[in-house]
Design a protein around this ligand. Structure first.
Ligand code: AMP
Length: 398
């Protein structure tokens, strides 16, 4: 089967066409600046160079049409016609408490996704626009919604309730949901596979450290805790997000800087994290690493604060699960940043794990970093959210 995987943002659309039997990517790309001047598509057929083309896209429907044109193009295309797309898998950010797994999209499902808009006002409406655009351009092609939150719906109440008046949970469903679920699910399953074990027999901590970052505790195959909350702002220090802060800081800064609460939250989302903490050096760990190597103290402090926070979360999840068998690093930083992995694992050595400095030099590869007789396996498992979405789509439509 050929599955088109779609990840829609408010002005962007990422896609991959995946052949599900051999699990190969036939082509991938990105539409940017949808609805804005200068919209363009970057398309890459497998094994060939990227091709960037400026084309007007007044809305997401135009973008989907252009994606189909590229996929079926005589020169840069990989299929002959639209008929060769058997299903579409959509990444949907928030499924609230309504979705604990992926679903085939029908009118009722679309309505239920809309009802979650309140919980993710920046993301869910864009996901719905993408679903509707595909419905219009590819009528009759089955579509599946894969939710970022669904994998964490197994969290027990004690992990997802905030210490707030209960009525806010009752009335507005204010609770912790967690995100990156597709990645935590994929990586924990793959980690078990690599070790030749069943995930149901393991306690796994997945450190998804990308521009957005979250950690999860996966016990016997189920997420029992994760660091992101009602929104992706909670938890670790991230590229530009603050992660956990004392909530009183919001009104404190609002008063000092003459800002609204919303404006402060915007700063917490977009101007904080390693970017803000380093005094604006960069939200990219490569730049921060380079600055730290040159002796920049703010960069050094930021990297130390980041590693410390990750290690603290790992420690708390060891408690949550009553032990740990596997610690898996994934996403941009987790897969590539050897220095950061080493800084984090240093904190964890007392638990019974270590890091082989030669193996730790590898980037973006599946590798076991700990020694054979360590009590805990520490490893790198590159994530593949698109493949996970394609697999779940196939499972539901075949
Ligand atoms: P992601 O959101 O998973 O794409 O991760 C993006 C982040 O990964 C970037 O902001 C970088 O900080 C980090 N990253 C990617 N490649 C490297 C690398 N080779 N070395 C260090 N950090 C990297």
């Amino acid at each position: 089967m050929n599955v088109l995987v779609i990840n829609c943002g408010s002005s962007s659309l990422k896609y991959q066409l995946i052949e599900s039997d051999k699990e190969t990517v036939l082509a991938k790309g990105l539409c940017e600046r949808i609805g804005i001047d200068g919209s363009c598509i970057t398309h890459q057929p497998a094994g060939k160079d990227k091709i960037k083309t400026e084309l007007p896209m007044k809305d997401h429907k135009d973008a989907v049409k252009i994606v189909i044109d590229k996929l079926t193009d005589k020169e840069v295309g990989v299929i002959d016609s639209l008929d060769e797309i058997d299903a579409v898998g959509h990444r949907v950010v928030h499924g609230g408490e309504k979705f604990a797994s992926s679903v085939v999209i029908d009118d009722k499902v679309l309505e239920a996704i809309k009802e979650c808009n309140d919980l993710a006002p920046l993301h869910n409406p864009a996901n719905i626009i993408g679903i509707n655009a595909c419905k219009q351009v590819m009528p009759g092609v089955p579509m599946v919604a894969v939710f970022d939150t669904a994998f964490h719906q197994t969290m027990p109440k004690k992990a997802y309730l905030y210490g707030l008046p209960y009525e806010y949970y009752d009335k507005y469903k204010v609770r912790r949901y967690g995100f990156h679920g597709t990645s935590h699910d994929y990586v924990s399953e793959r980690a078990a596979q690599i070790l030749g074990k069943d995930r149901k027999d393991l306690k796994i901590i997945v450190c998804h450290l990308g521009n957005g970052a979250s950690i999860s505790a996966v016990k016997n195959g189920e997420s029992v805790d994760t660091s992101m909350g009602l929104t992706p702002l909670e938890g670790l220090i991230m590229g530009t997000r603050s992660g956990d802060i004392d909530p009183a800081i919001v009104s404190f800064i609002a008063a000092k800087e003459n800002l609204t609460a919303e404006e402060v939250i915007n700063i917490c989302n977009k101007k904080s994290g390693i970017y803000g903490l380093s005094g604006g050096i960069s939200s990219d760990f490569r730049d921060l690493g380079a600055a730290a190597d040159e002796g920049n103290q703010k960069a050094i402090d930021t990297l130390e604060a980041y590693a410390y926070k990750v290690a603290k979360y790992v420690g708390s999840y060891v408690v949550a699960m009553g032990g740990v068998d596997v610690i898996a690093f994934t996403a941009g930083v987790g897969e590539n940043n050897c220095q950061m992995r080493e800084m984090i694992v240093k904190y964890l050595s007392f638990l019974g794990t270590s890091i082989d400095s030669e193996k730790n030099k590898l980037r973006g590869e599946e590798v076991i970093l700990s020694a054979k007789d360590d009590k805990i396996v520490t490893m790198v498992v590159p994530t593949n959210e698109e493949l996970a979405i394609a697999r779940q789509t196939v499972d539901l439509v075949k």
